[in-house]
Design a protein around this ligand. Sequence first.
Ligand SMILES: NC(=O)C1=CN([C@@H]2O[C@H](COP(=O)(O)OP(=O)(O)OC[C@H]3O[C@@H](n4cnc5c(N)ncnc54)[C@H](OP(=O)(O)O)[C@@H]3O)[C@@H](O)[C@H]2O)C=CC1
Ligand SMILES: C[C@H]1O[C@H](OP(=O)(O)OP(=O)(O)OC[C@H]2O[C@@H](n3cnc4c(=O)[nH]c(N)nc43)[C@H](O)[C@@H]2O)[C@@H](O)[C@@H](O)C1=O
Length: 348
Amino acid sequence: MNRDAKIYVAGHRGLVGSAILRKLREQGCRNIISRTHRELDLTSQDAVKDFFEKERPEYVFLAAAKVGGILGNATYPADFIYQNLAIQTHVIHAAWQYRVKRLLFLGSSCIYPRDCPQPMKEEYLMTGPLEPTNAPYAVAKIAGIEMCWAYNRQYGTRFIPVMPTNLYGIHDNFNLETSHVLPALIRKFHLATLAGRGDWEAIQKDEACYGPVPPDIRAALGMSDTSGHIPRVVLWGSGSPRREFLHADDLADACVSVMSHKDVAHEVASGPFLLNIGCGTDLTIREIAETVAHITGFDGTVIWDADKPDGTPQKLLDVSRLNALGWQPRTPLAQGVQEVYDWYVCQY
Ligand SMILES: NC(=O)C1=CN([C@@H]2O[C@H](COP(=O)(O)OP(=O)(O)OC[C@H]3O[C@@H](n4cnc5c(N)ncnc54)[C@H](OP(=O)(O)O)[C@@H]3O)[C@@H](O)[C@H]2O)C=CC1
Ligand SMILES: C[C@H]1O[C@H](OP(=O)(O)OP(=O)(O)OC[C@H]2O[C@@H](n3cnc4c(=O)[nH]c(N)nc43)[C@H](O)[C@@H]2O)[C@@H](O)[C@@H](O)C1=O
């Protein structure tokens, strides 16, 4: 992509979209267009067509989606399948209609079978049943992959599906009911440290910034009973599942690199292309919780709520295809989480 190429970043205010925007600007791209959800609802086909008709972007990073963690997916399955099918269908179709040179479609590691051999290779797609807690979302993503492949084959487009692992970073979703695990750990342990020193004013500022704390978590923190309550952190499931975590800035670097990579363009033109993007290592939820507790300074009690789902036991990506393209992540997990925490506490 040359610096004057017209680039559309869909979802530019989200965890991934904002990271891609920062990376493009860092590389000197000076013709980037974006629209907020309020300005352009991508579930409206007419609105998407009008936008492409008017703006005619050359490159598209499709990072807009209905996204959430295990409980969000299990609670709103219809929203996850409808909104993601609608967004991707309209944007991919318009990208073909208006001759976009390349589109990068963001899928997810949850497209692979629940009991997939680990690490998960791209060819393991659709070789077994999905994890039930996020099957609607995963089916939508799989449809997006197939749509990229179908348009590439029928129309000669260059639409590139990439599958990131679990991500974290600044501008993440910290809503404790819909977020992924890492932002939830950061917020829960931070709130517990504030409650431990009775800093209720700071907790009010946190809620003003990141939204209300759910009642069960308020009770565990002692926010409704300040009489000598020892704050506890309540986490979900057994803590035994394993997860791989990649910093969103590293993902953005990989996405921008893949978008311009000549070998990728050739492979995309030659047949069904799929690319895992991850760091190649994983750890248990219990281990990542210990890391976040240390970073936030929490040394109290952690309760594991067995009534909440564990989800997929493990979903470590095989990233040998990505590494063969010459890409490696840069951000060690503990350093990345520390940076996100330092950003988090500066927001209020
Ligand atoms: N976070 C993760 O761990 C992972 C994410 N991914 C994928 O990366 C992509 C980005 O995810 P992430 O950045 O985490 O998600 P976020 O929720 O942080 O960002 C999604 C963005 O899409 C926008 N959006 C949602 N619906 C619409 C709509 N109808 N019209 C216009 N804009 C809309 C949101 O705007 P608003 O908030 O205003 O609604 C938001 O800016 C997704 O495709 C996701 O599946 C893949 C693997 C892991
Ligand atoms: C990227 C991928 O990520 C999602 O799948 P997931 O990785 O299972 O989602 P998660 O990050 O919410 O949970 C990871 C693990 O962590 C445990 N866990 C403990 N305590 C909290 C907690 O407080 N919050 C959350 N969310 N999880 C917790 C939780 O029980 C689970 O065992 C897909 O929905 C889908 O969005 C997708 O694409």
